[in-house]
Design a protein around this ligand. Structure first.
Ligand code: FAD
Ligand code: SF4
Length: 528
């Protein structure tokens, strides 16, 4: 009897897909384009191209290797699986456990449809991670606090990464983060944005999605790898060219530079073109060969072996409540800027809006529009910081991240946005909100010098809005955070602001929030 092996769109290579190692006559590999999924959010066009082109390349590579492959379009994953099972008279369907809640639901529906036809569905563990869901759940059980650092150490031991034979961490420390806090050197040009030239398959997908309505972002600058060989070459290039200096400049921000020395690997790993362990092993090997300092190698390894696994574990730990978590009771809609930083119309049915004059926010949103990405600190300390200070509802911000980034899936964006970015989860991921004044952005970036606002002022018409909102945020959340050990200094500063100025700051912050364009009609319309 035939077995159908369903491969999710984010399992686009043999490094992660749950399929037999060699072609088999009795196994058909099924890849599906789901119309429901493809139109469930106003996805960034480059994200659609990445997924579609990777799937098509994977299907072609499997066929070339002798596999039986079915590439189909269906109204939904569940319907597509059931229809293909019938088409191939498959007694059994094998799939990877749902990576995020929507796929769990689809697989449940598929099971019901298959059951009715006398067929079975078997789920396998997700090969795209370094810890199983059960392992994380065991670690999380019975712990009051779930800090990434401790889970990371367990992962280091489990996989023997950066460990010495006597069981101690390489370099004598688990974490070298303290060395990694430098701004970008003045006068040094930002590294170029890497490109893989789109081939015919990719260009065909670009042509397809270019005209799709109710999607976001430009498609023309698409230049990510979509094949396993290109993905491996990208990783090697990162290890050789950027990893040596990755650590010190991890937090730096430069106008117009979405990546700086970051790897840009998240979209590539998350779509299944690279396995996380091969990335980690290559970084360790480069350190052992004396090619990169330990602070950089460890910093990068921590992102994948620590943060990526921890975030995925926390997603399941906190679901389903994480979707609506809102510990700070933030109720504003997303300002239009997030879809239209330059005040442009989102599509012809939409009115234009005011351009964003905050240089830091406008630039980081523009990069997302143009590349479908921007690096971690721009997400956390510019976009989420400002959205939190404005009081944007975490779920509204999360929808934007899920739609707009080429590396975004609910399992990874939701804990990052609702946990780390907005403190919507009430501290499950981070003990305090990541909020900062303009001074932080000024220290880590070259944004403020040419901004229309003055980063040195905290009140008055030219004051940097991040400052105004920050001091107002602290004043309004004093009861909750005033005694937090890591926020005490911030509140000492609040105390030192003279009463009349604090009154002015609070009024100015309220006026700023009220004047923003939140027109809900501008929210991406229900999708076709
Ligand atoms: P590098 O800095 O080179 O890091 C290497 C790798 O580590 C990344 O490729 C990624 O796989 C992993 N990693 C690092 N930090 C995290 C993290 N916090 N969570 C998960 N993986 C991590 N990452 C996503 O992959 N998808 C998302 O949708 C996403 N949304 C985010 C939203 C917010 C608000 C924030 C603050 C962070 C988000 N991140 C997300 C995490 C992180 O910003 C990106 O993984 C990173 O910027 C990707 O760029 P890079 O590949 O150059 O990363
Ligand atoms: Fe951003 Fe304020 Fe700096 Fe302008 S002055 S770039 S708004 S932090």
């Amino acid at each position: 009897p035939t077995t159908l092996a369903f491969v999710a769109p984010w399992e686009s290579s043999r490094a992660v897909a749950n399929i037999p190692r060699e072609p088999r006559d009795d196994v058909v590999v099924l890849l599906l384009e789901s119309v429901a999924k493809g139109s469930s959010l106003p996805w960034h066009r480059q994200k659609l191209v990445l997924l579609l082109s990777s799937m098509q390349h994977f299907a072609a590579a499997l066929e070339a290797a002798g596999y039986r492959v079915a590439y189909r379009k269906a109204t939904s994953y569940a319907e597509g699986i059931a229809a293909a099972a019938a088409e191939f008279s498959a007694a059994k369907v094998v799939a990877t456990e749902g990576r995020e809640q929507d796929m769990v639901d689809e697989l449940d529906r598929a099971r019901t449809l298959l059951d009715a036809d006398g067929r079975s569905l078997t789920l396998r563990e997700d090969r795209g991670f370094l810890a199983t869901r059960e392992e994380f759940a065991t670690w999380a059980r019975g712990r009051k606090e779930h800090r990434m650092e401790f889970f990371y150490r367990e992962m280091r031991r489990k996989h023997g990464i950066l460990m010495e034979s006597d069981g101690t961490p390489s370099g004598g420390q688990w974490n070298f983060d303290a060395d990694n806090r430098k701004p970008w050197p003045k006068g040094r040009a930002a590294p170029e944005v890497w490109r893989v030239e789109p081939d015919d398959i990719t260009r065909a997908q670009m042509d397809r999605v270019r005209t799709w309505r109710n999607r976001w972002g430009s498609v023309e600058t698409f230049a990510l790898p979509v094949t396993r060989p290109d993905a491996k070459a990208w990783l090697d290039r990162f290890i050789a060219e950027r990893l040596p200096e990755f650590g010190p400049y991890e937090d730096a921000l430069v106008h117009g530079a979405p990546d700086l020395l970051h790897s840009t690997l998240s979209s590539i790993i998350n779509v299944g073109l690279l396995h996380p362990l091969e990335c980690v092993r290559k970084a360790e090997a480069a350190w052992r060969a004396g090619l990169v300092p330990i602070a950089s190698a460890e910093g990068f390894i921590r992102q994948i072996l620590g943060w990526r696994e921890y975030i995925r574990g926390m997603y399941w730990h906190l679901m389903p409540g994480l979707r609506t978590a809102n510990a700070l009771n933030a109720t504003r809609e997303l300002p239009r800027w997030f879809w239209a930083p330059d005040g442009e119309a989102y599509d012809e049915s939409q009115a234009t809006s005011a351009a964003c004059e905050m240089r830091c926010l406008a630039d980081t949103i523009r990069q997302v529009r143009d590349y479908g990405r921007v690096h971690h600190i721009a997400r956390l300390m510019v976009q989420c910081n400002i959205a939190t200070l404005i009081g944007v509802e975490p779920a509204a911000l999360s929808r934007w991240y899920w739609s707009a980034f080429t590396d975004a899936y609910e399992w990874v964006e939701l804990p990052n946005v609702v946990g780390m970015g907005t403190w919507g989860d009430g501290g499950a991921l981070a003990s305090k909100p990541y909020v900062a004044s303009g001074a932080y952005i000024n220290r880590m970036s070259n944004y403020c010098g040419s901004c229309r606002y003055d980063v040195k002022q905290r009140s008055g018409p030219d004051a940097c809005p991040v400052n105004v909102l920050y001091w107002d945020f602290l004043a309004s959340h004093q009861a909750r955070f005033g005694t937090h050990p890591r926020m005490r200094m911030m509140f000492v500063h609040v105390k030192n602001i003279a009463e009349p100025e604090l009154v002015q700051i609070r009024a100015q912050a309220a006026a700023f929030r009220d004047a923003l364009d939140y027109d809900s009609a501008f929210a991406p319309p229900a999708v076709v």
